[in-house]
Design a protein around this ligand. Sequence first.
Ligand SMILES: NC(=O)c1ccc[n+]([C@@H]2O[C@H](COP(=O)([O-])OP(=O)(O)OC[C@H]3O[C@@H](n4cnc5c(N)ncnc54)[C@H](O)[C@@H]3O)[C@@H](O)[C@H]2O)c1
Length: 340
Amino acid sequence: MKFKIDNSETEVIFSTDIIDQLENRRTVYIVDSRVNELFPHLFRAVKDQSKILVFEASEQSKNLESLQQIYHFLKEKEVTRNDLIVGIGGGITTDIVSFAASTYKRGCRLILIPTTLLGMIDAAIGGKTGINFGSVKNGIGSFFPAEKVFIDTDFLHSQAEEDFKTGFVEIIKMSFLPHSKLSEMLISKMDIREIIEEAIRTKFAFCENDLHDRNSRRLLNLGHTFGHVLEAVSNYEIPHGKAVAIGIRAAAKFSRKYDFISEHVFKQIIERLDMHELPENFDNRYMTRLQQEGEAILKQDKKADENINLVLFNNRQELFIHRTDKSRHVIKILEEFADV
Ligand SMILES: NC(=O)c1ccc[n+]([C@@H]2O[C@H](COP(=O)([O-])OP(=O)(O)OC[C@H]3O[C@@H](n4cnc5c(N)ncnc54)[C@H](O)[C@@H]3O)[C@@H](O)[C@H]2O)c1
C-alpha cells in the first residue's frame, strides 16, 4: 500500500524476514533492546553487527542524551544522506529514530519496523517524530514520514497485554472517524492483519493533506485532551490506552451535556465502547490532584490562546473540533469517572 503525505510518499509492506531483505552495505539499524532480546535471529543476515545500535526504550530515555548517542553512532558508521537508517521497536524507538533521521545531515533515508500494535497503526504512520524534553512529552520533534514501513504481525505475540490494549483503544478511536470501515470490521471480528491495514488506511486518510496537524488530523485526538489530564495527574501511572478510553467516554459526556448529541446517540456511543470492554473508571486516589491541578494541565496544553480544542461527537456520530474556554467543565466531567 502506498500513501501520499504532503510531498512525500510512504509505502506500507506486510512481510516477514524483513531485515534479510533490507541488509545492504549502507544500512544501519537502531533496535529496541527488548525486541533484540526477544528475537535473537532478527539480525542473522547482518554480517557486520557493529551496524546495530541497541536502544533501551523508555519514556525517560526518549531524550536528548539518547539522541546524542544515536548521532554519535551515525557519525561513527559514516552514515550519509543516501544511507538507510532502520528503526525497529515500539513507538518510543520509532519516534526517536525518526527524529534522528530527520535531523542528521538535514535528513537521511528512513525505514521503520514497528513491533507494537500502537507502533504499527499509529506511531510509525504519518510522520510525527519526537523526543521528550524535560517534563514536556514529545516537546521536540519534526514531521518526517518514513519512506517505508514494514509490518510483521508476528512481533505482536510477545507484546505485554497492557501495551497491546493501548494499541487497541487507538483502533476503537479510529473506528469513530468518517469513512473508516473499522467499526464493522471490529464487530465481525476480522483478523488482526486486516484490522491493522484498515487502521493504517484510516490514519493516512487524515494525515495525507495535513502533515502538520492543522486540520483533519486533529480529529485523531479524540479522547486525548481529556486523557492527557488523567495521565498527567497520575504521573503516567494511568496507562495511555486507559486514559484515552476514559477520554472518549468523557468526550461523549461533554457532547451530551452541551446538547451536541441526543441521549439516544450518547447511549449508542457508550454501547460501542462497552462492547469492546474499554475501561470506564480511574482510581479515586488521583481525584485530589485532578481537582487541584487538572485545569492548569489543560491550560498548558492550550496552543496560542485561552481556548481548548476538544474533539466531540455530533448526532450523526461524526466528530468535530469544538473550541471552548470551559476548562473547569472539562475537569468536572472527568471527575465523574473516578472509581467510587
Ligand atoms: N509519532 C506518533 O505519531 C506517535 C503516535 C502514538 C504514540 N507515539 C509514541 O509512542 C510511544 C509509545 O509507543 P508504544 O506503545 O508502541 O510502546 P513503547 O515503544 O513504549 O514500547 C512498550 C514496551 O514494549 C517493548 N516492546 C516493543 N516491542 C515489543 C514486542 N514485540 N514484544 C515485547 N515487547 C516489546 C518495549 O521495549 C517497551 O518496553 C510514546 O512515546 C508515544 O509518544 C507516537
